[in-house]
Design a protein around this ligand. Sequence first.
Ligand SMILES: C[S@@+](CC[C@H](N)C(=O)[O-])C[C@H]1O[C@@H](n2cnc3c(N)ncnc32)[C@H](O)[C@@H]1O
Length: 230
Amino acid sequence: MSGRLYGVGVGPGDPELLTLKAARILAEAPVIAWPAPNGGESAARASAAALIPPGREEIALAIPMRPGGEPSEAYDRAAEALAAHLVAGRDAAVLCEGDPLFYGTFIYLAERLAGRFAVTIVPGVSSLSACAAAAGQALARRDAALLVLPATLSDDALEAGLRSADCCVVLKVGRHAPRLSRLLERVGRLDGAILVAHASRKDEIVVPLAEWRGEAPYFSAVLVPDRRAR
Ligand SMILES: C[S@@+](CC[C@H](N)C(=O)[O-])C[C@H]1O[C@@H](n2cnc3c(N)ncnc32)[C@H](O)[C@@H]1O
């Protein structure tokens, strides 16, 4: 019988923000895998490190992070590396930063494997919740519509979203921070926007975006509050 594939949300960084279910699956799964972007450190593995039993079979899935289209061949290779264990009857747990289905690499692995193997997804605390908690800032209230925007969008698309939304969270801020500041200023919403980097980690940063200069860390987001609440 084939093994089961688990997509395990490990939260935004603080190891205490893993769920009890995530902890149980990590204790039981014979194979634990994690995306290794550009061969570097895995944020997801760092969050879960204390829960990975010694000697467990681990696979670093080489998935390059680069602007533009999805790295399909890397996803194909990662899916086949997992499939080799699943076919042999071994369950495999993929560690997912935040929540697996919220802009997560796991989406592309599950798309390739769900037709052949049983898949269970364990939701995790997403960066949205962690950034709001760090800033002490409501994500949305009453009848407000919350818009999530990746900072990788074009100027026109970002500006349209920032102009129209009641409240927004901008993800993937990184090198786009200066451009995002300019666009927020143009639509009159820089005042009140908060940059949160490394939410829930020891090196967490919470600062008004207007005070930030230059690029931001990759793990940073900008909260744009509901203007009607200000
Ligand atoms: C590819 S998305 C993955 C989102 C993740 N699956 C989640 O549920 O939050 C990566 C982006 O999420 C945001 N992010 C993830 N963790 C974060 C953290 N601890 N603090 C601030 N932003 C974070 C950043 O905007 C980062 O560029």
